[in-house]
Design a protein around this ligand. Structure first.
Ligand code: AGP
Length: 599
């Protein structure tokens, strides 16, 4: 969703600092951007469109300095993308400017009240009530901090807020159900997430719901709701400045696809104890959940589907749930139930909400996440990190691979006991990063993508553990190409979707090995072929599929359980090269945002 940044101090480089922070946060939303800097008055500049629009305007209208500043990159909820609806918003007198991530649920009521008091609004946003409320309390004679706190007390909903005042060198910030982190370097910073602060500071502090932070060039103070000062321990940032750049790649997505073998190495590092047994810090040895519910959204839900299949195969009761549906009909939480939130960012509102429902029902909770100390990590009983490093492109790639591998590790540890099958899986896991690397070096996906780039639609089919990656292959394709794509369980095609198949809709099928599952999938692929659709097989070359497929994308031979990770790398590359051919904005696909912090 929206990204916010605030800065106090920073040695006369306020505007470049804010723009730099916004560039790192742009993946959270990019339909408009803006910044405000305080001096004797507040200067605001904001533009519809992406950050380049703002940069062009700032260059001609702003000098570099300022005592305190805030910036915003928007993903619209209330009001279309426009200059007027872009943040920051100010009160009528221009004494305070505010940036916001979240939704103010009671904004209409507050707006009506403020309008009846004579306040005039310039935007359609929910956010604009906040500076007007602060302005209202300033009018009643309250000091700035008290006006800020009193205004926040009136808000219902979710928010991360940062505010600056005219003729004042402080940034004020607070949050509820939206993340905010603080850091100190050349200046003092607040931002929606760690990514924006990489390179500015080595350590961040996470603000908790209801806390207020006051930033000056000398550092920050934090108080709780009652005004009591809070002292907090910082979390070290493990990501370096290089990891949040594109490096030599045209797009973050391409870079992140190519980082997968290293990400998997990192994911596996130190996670085996004696011999072949898995040992994860997050879970005590010998822990056996009675049942496991995995809750997640989007790509992470596809990882959850895979995890549930694996856990069931290992003898545990397990089911994946769409997080946004979980609270509506939560499955009964019996003794010994574990609810796992699978979430790369650890900030997805739907997933956090499902986890909170599970906690209220008495379940133990586990966050399977990429971001250390994210909200999910902090709120769950335990956190199991996937260790992918920062992922900037809106389309999740390397984090999906790391989620699958972490779920394999989790399934091995929580199902316990050694077996030949577990031993084979562990041995295949250690070879997996090398297999991914080989696939990246030899893939024919760019050629295949170009051949089918003008198709009218794309279908992906797979059986068993290949089904979640059929869904994921289709999601990646539609997300960044804007073309119609669907994933189906291979056996389900003949029950309806086959009607959609034509000679202009390539069907991608993954077939691994030559067991009964593979043979049934081959039969489904033949049904597609018989109806004239081009067939692309992603296969390890063991079955007969490559004899009649129109194109073959090869994956290295590996354990069947792990093969979906390799198949998915081919699907990621197909989507990437198709989108590139079509000239799409690959890292920032229209209408989307990476971190979805509203329900
Ligand atoms: C995938 O490419 C998307 N970015 C999206 O589906 C994403 O996986 C989903 O919003 C969940 O995000 P999370 O893993 O951060 O919770």
């Amino acid at each position: 969703m929206c990204g916010i940044i605030g800065c106090a101090g920073d040695d006369g480089d306020m505007v470049p600092t804010l723009l730099n922070g916004l560039a790192k946060l742009e993946y959270r939303g990019y339909d408009s951007t803006g910044l405000a800097v305080s001096g004797s008055d507040i200067r605001v500049v904001k533009r519809e469109g992406d950050l380049d629009e703002l940069v062009g305007t700032v260059d001609s209208e702003f000098d570099r300095g300022g005592a305190a500043g805030i910036g915003h990159t928007r993903w619209s909820t209330h009001g279309k993308p426009s200059d007027e609806n872009a943040h920051p918003h100010t009160d009528c007198a221009g004494r305070v400017a505010v940036v916001h991530n979240g939704i103010i649920e009671n904004y209409q009521l507050l707006r009506d009240e403020l309008q009846s008091l004579g306040h005039e609004f310039e935007s359609e946003t929910d956010t604009e009530v906040v500076p007007h409320l602060i302005g209202h309390y300033l009018d009643t004679g309250l000091a700035r901090k008290d006006a800020f706190r009193r205004a926040v007390e009136k808000l219902d909903g979710s928010y991360a807020l940062a505010a600056i005042f005219d003729d004042h060198d402080e940034v004020m910030a607070t949050k509820k159900d939206s993340s905010l982190v603080l850091g100190v370097g050349d200046g003092t910073y607040v931002a929606s997430d760690v990514t924006a602060l990489v390179g500015h500071t080595d350590t961040v502090v996470h603000l908790h719901d209801g806390e207020f932070a006051f930033l000056t060039e000398d550092g920050y103070t934090i108080v709780d709701e009652s005004g009591t000062p809070q002292s907090k321990t910082g979390t070290e940032i493990e990501w370096d400045a290089e990891s949040v750049t594109k490096g030599s790649h045209d797009h973050y997505m391409r870079k992140e696809i190519h980082e997968q073998s290293n990400a998997l190495r990192e994911c596996l590092r130190d996670r085996f104890s004696t011999g072949d047994s898995v040992s994860l810090d997050a879970i005590e040895d010998g822990y056996r959940p009675e049942s496991v519910h995995l809750v997640a959204c989007g790509t992470s839900y596809h990882a959850a589907l895979y995890g549930a299949k694996l856990l069931r195969k290992r003898g545990l009761q397990a089911q994946a749930h769409l997080a946004s549906e979980y609270a509506l009909s939560p499955p009964p939480v019996r003794d010994g139930a574990l609810v796992v939130g699978v979430t790369q960012s650890g900030e997805t509102a739907d997933t956090l909400s499902a986890l909170r429902t599970a906690t209220a029902e008495g379940a133990r909770t586990l966050a399977l996440t990429n971001v250390v100390d994210s909200t999910a990590a902090r709120e769950c009983d335990d956190a199991l990190y996937i260790r992918s490093g920062p992922e900037i492109s809106v389309a999740a790639t390397k984090t999906f691979a790391s989620q699958l591998v972490t779920l394999v590790l989790f399934a091995l540890q929580s199902s316990g006991g050694s077996s030949d099958e577990a031993e084979r899986l562990v041995s295949a896991l250690t070879e997996l990063p090398e297999h991914v690397q080989r696939l990246l070096e030899t893939t024919a996906a760019p050629t295949t993508a170009r051949r089918f780039a003008d198709s009218s639609g794309y279908f992906f089919i797979g059986r068993g553990v290949q089904y979640p990656v059929a869904l994921e292959g289709a999601l990646k394709m539609k997300e960044i190409t804007y073309e119609h794509a669907e994933g189906f369980a291979a056996g389900e095609l003949k029950h309806g979707p086959l009607a959609l198949v034509t000679e202009d809709t390539p069907v991608f099928v993954s077939v691994v090995g030559d067991d009964e599952t593979a043979r049934k999938t081959v039969a489904n692929a033949k049904e597609v072929k018989a109806r004239g659709a081009p067939l692309v097989a992603v296969t390890d070359g063991v079955s007969s599929i490559d004899r009649f497929a129109d194109e073959v994308l090869t994956i290295p031979r590996t354990n069947r359980t792990l093969a979906p990770i390799l198949v998915n790398v081919q699907y990621q590359l197909l989507a990437y090269h198709t989108a590139d051919h079509l000239g799409r904005d690959i890292d920032k696909p229209r209408n989307l945002a990476k971190s979805v912090t509203v329900e």
